[in-house]
Design a protein around this ligand. Structure first.
Ligand SMILES: [Zn+2]
Length: 408
């Protein structure tokens, strides 16, 4: 067997992993990084079958191209297929409006849907003698790790979370010979989750008490729903704006992929929905607005910030890692963002709460040890070497994009 990380080896984003065994070829993910311009993995060959780990664009962004170019079929879970298709259609729209169009169109995303084959956790798919089993990755609903049994058993985690969140249950380790593991949080640990949740709710209470409003920028897929579940029963008037509502509606009937479908239902029932633009005025009279985009680079959050930018009583509470060169990072570092093309000072209080859906350093080490492989191939991280010391009992490889990694 041979593995090649085509993208997202030494960086977070544009993930694609090619696995070859004799003349059989499999691809796990084919993503893109939605930067300006977007970044792509190396071009994959036509494969016997492709697998998609989850809906996020850095894993799925080039799947439409794969089915368009080669007519390749793609295995994924139901939430990945429905929510992934929504995100891809949005990517076509946003990327062309920003002047950096992706190399496919909306009709190609529609055509791609015919190439999806639904599978679920526990299913084993035979591809010319290679057996691929699906396992939950605990990252967002429907997210999947793939265990590929050939001459070696290779497990590709893609994005994983090894602790339970409100939205989705944690990933369980799986014995394997070769572990291809993400390493987004190498060298960093999350503060205890329940503490962070408590501080988040206390901060919102503080903002409301002084007459302000809390804006909570969150990704539409995963984070928005998780935040609503954290805020459930806290007694705030919460509004949701952006694609998060449509995504939640897709997740709700897919109970087995959720930590608790009834809690998500209850959290949604307690939330006021912004269904059209006019309702944003109403939302601004509320207490909490959960909205996209998570890094302030577009979406309805701009309209809210325009209204509240001079209000020192209000707060912008970021809920995840802010990538360099994003508005979110600029807000944290300089207190300014680019709003409708103009560098604008935001007078609101700025807060950061780590609600990551990725395993942290210690959790990655624990997970790798429990999988007990001969080889660990670290991917999807820009600080991978920070894991070397803690994984010194294993043969650890830090490949560069395009390197051949022979397994036999
Ligand atoms: Zn992800």
């Amino acid at each position: 067997m041979n593995i090649k990380i085509l993208g997202g080896a030494s960086e977070v984003g544009s993930y694609a992993v090619l696995i070859e065994d004799d003349d059989i070829k499999l691809l796990v993910d084919n993503g893109l990084t939605p930067s300006k311009p977007p970044k792509y993995p190396k071009k994959p060959p036509a494969v016997d079958l492709a697998f998609l780990s989850h809906a996020h664009i850095d894993h799925s962004g080039m799947i439409p191209w794969l089915s368009m170019e080669y007519g390749n079929d793609v295995i994924a879970t139901e939430p990945t297929i429905t929510v992934g298709s929504m995100l891809l259609e949005d990517t076509v729209k946003v990327s062309s409006s920003e002047g950096y169009p992706v190399p496919y169109e909306k009709r190609d995303v529609k055509a791609m849907k015919r190439h999806f084959q639904v599978a679920t956790y526990g299913d084993v798919i035979d591809v010319g003698g290679l057996e691929v089993e699906l396992h939950s990755a605990g990252h967002i609903p429907g997210s999947t790790m793939f265990a590929i049994q050939g001459s070696k058993k290779v497990m590709v985690t893609a994005d994983i979370n090894t602790v339970d969140t409100h939205l989705v249950k944690k990933a369980e380790p799986e014995k394997c010979d070769v572990l291809v593991m993400e390493s987004t949080y190498a060298g960093r640990n999350h503060p205890p989750r329940d503490e962070t949740e408590k501080q988040f709710i206390e901060k919102i209470g503080e903002v409301i008490d002084r007459g302000g409003l809390a804006i909570v920028p969150s990704f539409a897929v995963g984070r928005s729903q998780e935040i609503l579940m954290i805020l459930m029963d806290a007694g705030f008037e919460v509004w949701l704006d952006g694609m998060g509502r449509a995504v939640a509606r897709e997740f709700l009937p897919l109970k087995k992929y959720l930590g608790s479908a009834s809690d998500l239902r209850r959290a949604m029932d307690q939330t006021n929905m912004v269904r059209h633009r006019d309702q944003r005025k109403e939302a601004l009279k509320g207490q909490v607005i959960v909205t996209t985009s998570g890094m302030l680079d577009g979406g309805p959050v701009h309209e809210y910030l325009k209204a509240l930018k001079n209000d020192e009583n209000s707060a912008v509470l970021l809920t995840g890692f802010q990538v360099e060169e994003t508005n979110g990072r600029s807000l944290l570092e300089n207190g300014t963002i680019k709003l409708y093309g103009v560098e604008t000072t935001i007078d609101c209080e700025v807060g950061f709460f780590d609600f990551s859906a990725h395993a942290d350093h210690d959790e990655l080490v624990k997970f790798a040890k429990a999988c007990d492989p001969e080889k660990v191939i670290l991917t999807h991280g820009d600080d991978r070497e920070k894991l070397l010391e803690d994984l010194k009992d294993f043969d650890v490889i830090l490949p560069i994009e395009g390197d051949d990694i022979p397994l036999d």
